[in-house]
Design a binder for this molecule. Structure first.
Ligand code: CTP
Ligand code: MG
Length: 225
């Protein structure tokens, strides 16, 4: 099997996190969060190519770090657009593509490999975590309905796809002006089977400033284990 391509959408502005510098460039244990993520994928022998989508103004800053296996492309106005820009740079020999948030530095390699295998077998896969809170559908300030918790899973990344499937799904999403927040959900919406692989609570997304405080502690634990 030829190696996989990894697309890292890193072109968001981090509104919920706040601050001048987008969160993916904030430091975790002395280096930018996105750099931790890039380096972890580069250490993986199943990864042939890493593509990072960053906002146009930041492209000039990071471009000189490009190499054989990593390169940077200009991101778009939405996450899906950033992923689409990345997909254009995927080499033909990569049959499988993983999409991973720039702000999830703690993905497990064993889970990633299980996801790659599941995408080969099923076409698409995602890491899902059973939700622990009860989730209500709310309209303004009133509960409309309460879905059964045992059917609810929080979607994490890396989400993996046969390259042809991701191309089809993103092309259709662009045509329909679909603004989904993840690609696994889109693939399912367009009729592809998407395999669920057990996610991991440690693979949380750094969304708000308190998540970075937790991430620093987790990093300390990881590096002393
Ligand atoms: N992302 C992207 N391009 C965009 C929007 C988001 O590449 N136009 C990326 C983010 O950089 C991040 C990932 O998608 O790596 C997950 O998005 P999220 O956590 O929502 O990050 P932001 O969109 O930056 O944050 P917020 O929603 O709080 O503004
Ligand atoms: Mg966002």
């Amino acid at each position: 099997m030829s190696g996989a391509a990894v697309i890292i959408p890193a072109a968001g502005s981090g509104t919920r996190f706040g601050g001048d510098l987008p969160k993916q460039f904030r430091e975790l244990a002395g280096k930018p969060i996105v750099q931790h993520v890039i380096e972890r994928f580069l250490l993986d022998e199943r990864v042939a190519q890493v593509i990072v989508a960053v906002a146009e103004p930041l492209l000039a800053v990071v471009r000189q770090e490009s190499s054989d296996r990593v390169h940077f492309v200009a991101g778009g106005a939405s996450r899906l657009q950033s992923v689409s820009r990345g997909l254009e740079a995927v080499r033909d020999e990569c049959d499988i593509v993983a999409v991973h948030d720039a702000v999830r530095p703690f993905f497990a390699t064993s889970t990633f490999h299980a996801l790659l295998d599941a995408a080969v077998a099923a076409g698409a896969s995602f890491p899902g975590l059973p939700v622990t809170d009860t989730i209500h559908i709310v309209d303004g300030s009133r509960i409309l309905s309460t879905p059964e918790r045992r059917m609810l899973y929080a979607a994490q990344t890396p989400q993996c796809f046969r390259t042809a499937i991701l191309r089809d799904v993103l092309a259709r999403a662009a045509q329909n002006d679909d603004d989904a927040t993840d690609e696994a959900g889109l693939a399912a919406r367009y009729g592809y089977p998407v395999a669920l692989v057990a996610g991991d609570p440690m693979n949380f997304k750094i969304t708000r400033p308190e998540d970075l405080i937790v991430a620093e502690r987790v990093f300390e634990r990881w590096s002393t284990e």
